[in-house]
Ligand binder design. Structure first.
Ligand SMILES: Cc1cc2nc3c(=O)[nH]c(=O)nc-3n(C[C@H](O)[C@H](O)[C@H](O)COP(=O)(O)OP(=O)(O)OC[C@H]3O[C@@H](n4cnc5c(N)ncnc54)[C@H](O)[C@@H]3O)c2cc1C
Length: 412
């Protein structure tokens, strides 16, 4: 009999040493700048809730949702098996878990329904911790938050839709909006020929016999989160560029025309779907006066700007936490990386910038909160500072992240 070569069990080839343990579970709210900012900007009452959400965000379950929502990306289904257009996007269950939690925690439109001073600060602090799970689902959450003040330009529509956009109920699926317990909103401005310069929009809005009701014909080149229930859309009406509310499902239960041509193949933000829709006799309701579309929708854009600062600050904090964790558990050249003088310099710079971004985010949220409550000085400050803050913090995001990633060496 030929003897078999002796086999070693796989573990016998080497021992795994000098690698960090998993980061989760950790407390995403263990952040002095965040908690101090929350109190300073008038939302100390929300601290217990933010701390609880921070524990959930850093927990193994929510961290895994973030991982899975990005690995199993959304899929577009243009038609059903019988050839009917459905234009639906399917998501992994993890995406829905993230969305459900974010909506239930009041991170979508809820602050607009709360009279309490600091409500917008509390929401922003919640976003700063919940964003440790993953960033993509923050897009529809942010747009839903931001749609409310723009919709107020049309009080009759706001009366119907605001209670649903500010609800804490997440109800995915395309149904008659007013029959749902909670709604999500998106926005369609950018077309192929112009994004920054939306005055170049070619989508045409034709008035019908019914006052305030139009039909749209045209396209959008970027419309994120196309599974939302309603969209604020810019189109050219007889009186000029105007803002419209476009529901995916009409009040009689039929689908409004919203043909999703394809989803964008994006470098990042992959858990979230971004689409190219076409409109053809699409029913739309005018929001605000004809010809004042930019003025109307800019209310929404301004609120999403605050969330751009918030999500970049969150990304900074999350990558700093990762870098700190790795360097605390990894040794090189006879010392923990965390104790190597040059690494300390890098981490200190990152920590300083992350704190500054978090502090700025909460200051801007405080300005938004006080502006909503009629403070004219804060309104003026918010107008300039949010745009400047968005420019700076989002610009620094990728450079900061690259530096934090380098702290992880090849693992990064
Ligand atoms: C992931 C993702 C999701 C998106 N989701 C949506 C969405 O849901 N809804 C929506 O409407 N849009 C969405 N957009 C589109 C986004 O709003 C536009 O891409 C953006 O407004 C820029 O427009 P543009 O792509 O046409 O670039 P352009 O306007 O062509 O700009 C190109 C470059 O020129 C610069 N530039 C423009 N004007 C000037 C100037 N006067 N002077 C100097 N430089 C200038 C710009 O800063 C930019 O760097 C999304 C984009 C991305 C990447």
């Amino acid at each position: 009999m030929v003897p078999m070569p002796e086999q070693s069990p796989p573990s016998a080839t080497h021992d795994v040493t000098n690698q960090p343990p998993p980061l989760a579970p950790y407390d995403a709210s263990a952040d002095a700048a965040l908690l101090e900012g929350l109190r300073r900007e008038g939302a100390g009452w929300a601290e217990d809730g933010v701390r609880l959400l921070g524990l959930r965000a850093g927990g193994t379950e929510a961290q895994e949702w973030g991982e899975l929502a990005n690995r199993h990306e959304p899929e577009l289904r243009t038609h059903d098996r019988y050839g009917n257009r459905v234009d639906e996007v399917e998501f992994h269950p993890s995406w829905h878990h993230l969305m459900r939690t974010a909506v239930a925690e009041g991170l979508a439109g809820t602050p607009w329904a709360e009279d309490r001073p600091g409500a917008h600060v509390a929401r922003t602090a919640g976003g700063l911790v919940w964003g440790h799970t993953e960033a993509g689902h923050g897009c529809p959450i942010s747009m839903t938050y931001a749609a409310v003040p723009a919709l107020r330009a049309q009080p009759d529509l706001a009366k119907v839709y605001e209670p649903l956009l500010t609800s804490r109920e997440y109800e995915p699926g395309l149904r008659v909006p007013t029959e749902k317990r909670g709604l999500l909103a998106g926005m369609g401005m950018t077309e192929k020929q112009g994004g920054s310069d939306v005055r170049t929009n070619t989508t045409v809005a034709t008035p019908t016999d019914e006052p305030g009701v139009y039909t749209l014909r045209g396209h959008k080149w970027f419309t994120s989160a196309p599974m939302c229930d309603v969209f604020l859309v810019l189109a050219q009406a007889p009186g000029g560029l105007s803002c419209f509310l476009v529901p995916r499902v009409l009040p009689d239960g039929t689908r409004n025309t919203f043909r999703i041509q394809r989803l964008k193949d994006k470098l990042g933000n992959r858990s979230n779907a971004s689409s190219e829709p076409e409109f053809d006799r699409t029913v739309a309701w005018l929001v605000g006066p004809e010809g004042r579309g930019v003025k109307t929708i800019i209310e929404m854009v301004n609120c999403t700007r605050l969330d751009c600062v918030m999500s970049s600050a969150t990304l900074m904090r999350k990558t700093l936490v990762e870098a700190g964790h790795h360097t605390r558990h990894r040794s090189a050249f006879g010392a923990r990386l965390l104790d190597q003088p040059l690494m300390r310099n890098v981490l200190a710079d990152l920590a300083l910038e992350s704190e500054a971004a978090t502090t700025l985010t909460l200051r801007l949220a405080g300005a938004a909160d006080r502006a909503v409550r009629g403070d004219e000085g804060e309104r003026a400050f918010r107008r300039i500072a949010t745009a400047v803050g968005k420019y700076w913090v989002t610009k620094r995001g990728p450079a900061f992240t690259a530096e934090a990633l380098e702290c992880l060496g090849g693992n990064g």
